[in-house]
Design a protein around this ligand. Structure first.
Ligand SMILES: NC(=O)c1ccc[n+]([C@@H]2O[C@H](COP(=O)([O-])OP(=O)(O)OC[C@H]3O[C@@H](n4cnc5c(N)ncnc54)[C@H](O)[C@@H]3O)[C@@H](O)[C@H]2O)c1
Length: 273
């Protein structure tokens, strides 16, 4: 189990006060890492940080407000951490916007025909540009020090298209049916491109980069949606939020020392049928 030991490593997680960000934090804390939780939402960040803080981790759990769309903000956080003697060895690009389906508006804004350039720009800026900027700042420093790991959190929608039947609402005309927006697919496929690019870019400087593509996590979604989705999954269920911890531990530690540029899809088997 030595290869999983992260006691001398420091990790930074973006979007870490969300559903999975907290799980990634717990996964790395369990292996002894110092963890810097970051998020643009200060209130949820502080709440998540306080909920995880205990006597076992109080000297190695930190939180910083950080907006992944601002290179200046990311650089400021990197500088502050360095001043405190913390060099980031592991970066998890996890922040994303998952726009909620709205069914009460006359114009269904999620549909491609109506999708606004503002929404496109904003969502790409967080999910894709943000990952590039964080990799630029923290990855460059890892390369200078000759060691590091970048993990991009993609989605099963990095390998297949959304099944829009999942989002269909009874009684709505076809042009009013909500859909998973185009941005989600573009961002998640784009993250795999970024993963491969970074994996070769710094391969000779000791920095590895991989992606993790989770399937849908059960988080109180409605019965109809869950039933439709689980029919598409051989294991016949959605994931629990803690079921990606093992993969995060593997991908962020020396247990995966020879893995580089890969996309690990964990989806109950949905993508193989
Ligand atoms: N939950 C799932 O079922 C699921 C499935 C597949 C993939 N994913 C992916 O996992 C990741 C985490 O998902 P989640 O369910 O925890 O999402 P979430 O919405 O719960 O958390 C996302 C976090 O990102 C933060 N964020 C948004 N904009 C930001 C910005 N500009 N800078 C910094 N932080 C910002 C939010 O404040 C939030 O805390 C995402 O990349 C998501 O696409 C989730």
């Amino acid at each position: 189990m030595n290869k999983y030991n992260l006691t001398k490593k420091a990790a930074l997680i973006t979007g870490s006060s969300g559903l999975l960000g907290v799980e990634h934090t717990l996964a790395l804390l369990e292996l002894g890492a110092t963890v810097v939780m970051t998020d643009v939402n200060e209130k949820s960040l502080v709440a998540a940080y306080n909920s995880l803080l205990n006597t076992d981790n109080e000297d190695r759990l930190f939180c910083k407000v950080m907006n992944v769309t601002s290179k200046g903000n990311i650089q400021d956080v990197a500088n502050e951490l360095q001043k405190d003697g913390i060099n980031i060895d592991i970066l998890i690009n996890n922040a994303a916007i998952d726009p909620k389906v709205q069914v009460d508006s006359v114009v269904e804004t999620s549909r491609l025909e109506n999708f606004s350039v503002d929404d496109w720009d904003f969502q790409l800026k967080v999910g894709l540009t943000g990952a590039m900027l964080c990799s630029q700042v923290f990855g460059s420093d890892m390369a200078k020090r000759g060691e590091g790991v970048i993990l991009n959190i993609a989605s099963d929608l990095s390998v297949f298209a959304p099944d829009q039947r999942l989002y269909k609402k009874d009684g709505l005309q076809p042009d009013q049916q909500p859909v998973k927006p185009v941005t989600y697919s573009v961002i998640k496929h784009g993250l795999i491109g970024l993963t491969k690019y970074l994996a070769t870019y710094w391969a000779d400087r000791g920095v590895r980069c991989n992606a993790l593509s989770p399937g849908g996590v059960f988080n109180g979604q409605g019965d109809e949606f869950v039933q439709k989705l689980t029919q598409l999954i051989p294991m016949n269920r959605m994931a629990s939020k803690d079921e990606y911890r093992g993969a995060v531990q593997f991908l962020c530690s020396d247990a995966s020392a020879y893995m580089n540029g890969q996309n690990i899809v964990i989806d109950g088997g949905r993508s193989i049928i």
